[in-house]
Design a protein around this ligand. Structure first.
Ligand SMILES: N[C@@H](CCC(=O)N[C@@H](CS)C(=O)NCC(=O)O)C(=O)O
Length: 200
């Protein structure tokens, strides 16, 4: 498998999961400005959507969209329990979190990267995001991870996007449960290894 990534982008989540599962993979860096890979390939020919993450399977199929990639990977090693069993209510609960992180947190923070939005619009985006942070905090005050029974792919995703808050002057200390969550996930050996690999 090949994971197309950009350093510290949302592709960090599947990168963490590949390492959590100890799966063999090749990491291929994408320049999101030129849309070329470190190997000189045209990334748009690999993923016409033009964004990371993209996972190229050994059968050459390319899978995109973080929540789909995360679930696909976790299913390759179900014994690692990074997703609940398919078809159960708990699996739908996980998908509920993946969708929340994708649309409400990743989506909101993603807009803050835009240089085209005036500060007033960014302030409105932050106001909405902060309401979502309260929702996350309410769960993470009660339990260590988004799912009650332990670390899942949704936590890898949440950890990845919450790291961006520091880029936008958002002080996570307003939500102590989120600070504790970030520190907890940051301690995982797979997370440390993924962060080190992306900092090279
Ligand atoms: N819907 C996609 C969004 C992926 C995404 O936002 N990728 C960003 C990095 S976090 C990117 O590569 N952006 C570059 C671009 O849109 O040109 C997903 O959930 O995987």
């Amino acid at each position: 498998m090949k994971l197309y990534y950009a350093p510290h982008a949302c592709s960090l989540a599947p990168h963490i999961v590949l390492r959590e599962l100890d799966l063999p993979f090749e990491l291929i860096r994408v320049d999101n400005t030129t849309k070329r890979t470190a190997n000189g390939e045209d990334f748009l020919a690999i993923n016409p959507k033009g964004y990371v993450a993209a996972l190229q399977l050994d059968n050459e199929h390319v899978l995109t969209e973080g929540p789909a990639i995360l679930q696909y990977l976790a299913e390759l090693r179900p014994e690692a329990n990074l997703v609940p069993v398919s078809g159960t209510f708990e699996r739908v609960r996980l998908q509920e979190w993946l969708n929340f992180v994708s649309t409400e947190i990743h989506g909101g923070l993603g807009w803050l990267f835009s240089s085209q939005f005036p500060d007033e619009v960014k302030a409105l985006i932050k106001e909405k995001l902060f309401k979502r942070f309260v929702v996350l905090s309410q769960t993470l005050e009660r339990q260590d991870y988004l799912m009650a029974n332990g670390f899942s792919v949704a936590d890898a995703y949440l950890f990845t996007v919450l790291r961006w808050t520091s880029l936008f002057g958002i002080d996570l200390n307003q939500w102590p449960a989120l600070v504790r969550f970030q520190a907890r996930v940051d301690q995982r050996p797979a997370v440390k290894a993924a962060l080190a690999a992306e900092s090279e």
